[in-house]
Design a protein around this ligand. Sequence first.
Ligand code: NAD
Length: 260
Amino acid sequence: MLKRKSAIVTGSTSGIGLGIAQAFARQGADVMLNGFGNADEIEFTRAQLEREHGVRVLYSAADMSQPAQVRAMAQAAIEGFGHVDIVVNNAGIQHVAPVEEFPEEKWDAVLAINLSSAFHLIKAVVPQMKARGFGRIINVASAHGLTASPFKSAYVAAKHGMVGLTRTIAVELAEHGITANTICPGYVKTPLVDKQIADQARAHGIPPEQVVREVLLSHQARKQFVQVEELAALAVFLASDAAASMTATAIPMDGGWTQH
Ligand code: NAD
C-alpha cells in the first residue's frame, strides 16, 4: 500500500513507534528509524526490516529535544531516500507529579520532546512535500490530547498542543495534497506504561493487576489495553491514498475512554 513512499517515524526504537515503522516497512515504505536504545539491538532491527521487506531502512540517533538534531535527521532522510512523504511524530516521554512540585526541567523536556520536536520536523519536511504535492503528517498525541488526568500537567499540555498544531497545519497545507491528523491512543502496554504500572503499584501499595484495572483502565470502557498493531494499522491507513480527504482530525483509539 505504501510502495515507493518514504517515512520518518520518531521514537521508533520501542513501543508504538516501532510498531508503526514495522507496519510501514511491511507495506513497502522506506523508513527512517529514530530513538534511543542499545546500538546492537537497533542495528539488528534495522537490518531485519530491510531483509524481510526489501525496503531501505535508515537510523538516526537524533535527540528530539534538540531542534538542530531534528533538522539534521530530516535532511539525512531527504538525502538518503530522495524525498520524505510521511512523518510520524511519535517520540514522547512522561513525568507525573503535582503541579506545585513539578520540576521545571521536566516540564521543559516533556514540551520539547512531545510537542516542539513535531514543529521542527514538520517545518523541515514541508517544503519538499509542497514541491511534490503530497504529504502525510501523522502525530501521535494521546487520549490526554482530548481530556485530562491529575499530575500530568506537562504531558496533557503537550498533547493538547499537538492536537492544536495538527489542526492548524492541516488547514494551512490542505491545498498542497498534504494531510495532518492526530492519533489519540488510550493506554497501550509499552515500556512507557510498564514503568507507570510499577510506580503506581509502589505508590498505592497494591498489586500491578489492580493498578491496571482500577487506575489505568478505569475510564477505558473496554477494560483492555489498546494494541500497538491496531495503532499501526490506523497509521498505515492515514498514510495511504485512501485517506486523502481525511485531515485535521484527532482520532481517539482508546477503548471508549474519552466518550465514557
Ligand atoms: P516508549 O517508551 O515505548 O517509546 C518511546 C520512544 O521515544 C522510544 O523509541 C524512545 O527511545 C523515544 N524517545 C524518547 N525520548 C526521545 C528523545 N529525546 N529523542 C528521540 N527519541 C526519544 O513509549 P510508547 O508508549 O511507545 O509511546 C510512544 C508515543 O505514544 C508517545 O508520544 C506517548 O506519549 C504516546 N502514547 C502512549 C500511550 C501508552 O499508553 N503507551 C498512550 C497514549 C499516547
